[in-house]
Design a binder for this molecule. Structure first.
Ligand code: NAP
Length: 266
């Protein structure tokens, strides 16, 4: 899975913004940010349509991630939800299909339905989102549950709770962590303390936040940027290496967790 990708939440919400959003995603693909994260929920499926336009003619260059609603996680609903996503995305298969958050459908039923989608070739691999350690523990005890490929969770310098238990758990189990809202929904771009450290390194606060997330193996980041200049800046974050002194400075502003914190969800 590519380490740096692009999010799409809020894309597709405004027809006037559509061309700009498509152009931003295309620019990102061009720059090698080859993972695109979307969801049936985003703009009621219209974000998936924006993605379809952006990847037209470049399907094989992209690692495509989409998510389904918990109320579509049943044996009966999941195939139909998947087919609607495939249709909107204009593709034959999804690289990674995620349960957006845990709902009422028993996990056994969802895993069985996901495994069937893998067998039929509609989905290459599946995972979850917003699962805390105890949810993952329960998941891997289920037949087929060990095939979970990734957990997509909130992670950025200001939201470090997962470092205490979830991140080590995923590392031990070989489950990839996808860090969503790596810029804390844009707030970190304007964080003066982070900007102070960043300017000394000759980068921006956003680039520093993304590089910080990417410093760990097994973690990928999916910043969302509708503007091409943001996409270009984010792509450069891959080149930033953070030394121990910088990491300690960031720790002083945003201390690592010293005890279990319940997984935060946006
Ligand atoms: P984010 O990526 O942390 O922040 C997005 C905001 O940051 C946008 O306003 C964007 O502006 C701005 N931005 C991006 N690059 C920038 C740069 N270089 N300099 C300054 N500002 C910059 O927030 P997010 O969209 O919440 O999270 C990212 C993705 O994670 C989502 O799009 C979605 O795909 C996924 N996600 C998943 C879940 C889940 O439950 N699984 C929850 C939340 C998010 P512009 O758009 O104007 O460029």
């Amino acid at each position: 899975m590519p380490r740096l990708g692009m999010g799409t939440w809020h894309m597709g919400e405004s027809a006037a913004q559509r061309a700009t959003e498509v152009a931003a995603l295309r620019e990102g693909i061009e720059l090698g940010m080859r993972l695109i994260d979307t969801a049936e929920m985003y703009a009621d499926g219209r974000a998936e349509e924006v993605v379809a336009e952006a990847i037209k003619g470049r399907r094989d260059d992209v690692f495509l991630v989409t998510k389904f609603y918990p109320h579509h996680a049943s044996r009966k609903e999941l195939v139909a939800a998947c087919e609607r996503s495939l249709e909107r995305l204009g593709v034959d298969g999804i690289d990674l299909y995620l349960l957006h958050w845990r709902g009422r459908v028993p996990l056994e039923e969802t895993v069985e339905a996901l495994e069937r989608l893998v067998e039929t070739g509609k989905v290459e691999r599946w995972g979850v989102s917003n699962f805390d350690v105890e949810d993952l523990e329960e998941l891997v005890r289920i037949a087929g549950g060990g095939n979970v490929f990734a957990d997509q969770v909130l992670y950025n310098p200001a939201r470090r709770g997962i470092e205490y238990d979830l991140l080590p758990w995923c590392r031990k189990r070989g489950v990839d962590v996808m860090a969503y809202s790596p810029l804390d929904e844009g707030a970190l771009a304007a964080d003066r303390r982070l900007a102070g450290i960043a300017s000394r390194l000759g980068v921006t606060a956003s680039q520093l936040a993304i590089a910080w997330v990417l410093r760990q193996e097994g973690v990928c980041a999916i910043p969302k940027a509708s503007r091409a200049e943001h996409v270009r800046a984010n792509a450069k974050a891959r080149e930033i290496r953070l030394d121990e002194a910088t990491l300690r400075e960031i720790d002083r502003i945003f201390p690592p967790p010293s005890r279990k914190q319940r997984l935060e969800i946006i």
